[in-house]
Design a protein around this ligand. Sequence first.
Ligand SMILES: [Fe+2]
Length: 124
Amino acid sequence: MTIHVHRDRDEQDWHFDVSEYTIVLHILAPEKGGVLEYVPRSRTEVEQDHDVLRATVAGERQALTRELATTPGTLVLHFGRVSLHRVTPVYGATPRISATLSYISTPDGQLNAYTRSRYFGRTE
Ligand SMILES: [Fe+2]
C-alpha cells in the first residue's frame, strides 16, 4: 500500500499500471482537479495503434474517456493494467490524498525501476 499525496499542480500522466488491479481509497479532495480519467479496456487498442495514445493524450477522445472525481470515502476497484488512465492536475491549497493497494500475483513482482524511483525516490 502506498499513500499518494498530490499537491498544487501535481498530476499523474497517462499510463497503464503494472499491477493486475488496484484498490484506491480516496481520503482528501483538492479544491479543483485531481480527477481520475480512464479509457476502459483500451490497452490492446493503444498497443496496436499509437495514434490512439496520441489522440487520447491530446484530448481528442473525450467520448471514450470516463471521469471519476475524488470524493473522500470512495473506494475504487481499478483495472489500470488494461485501462489507460491519469490523474488530472490538482489545484489549490488542499492536497489530493489517496491510499492505493496494488496487487501482483507473480512472486517477487514489483514496479519497474523508473516508477520506483519516481514514487519512492529510490529503486532498492
Ligand atoms: Fe495508475
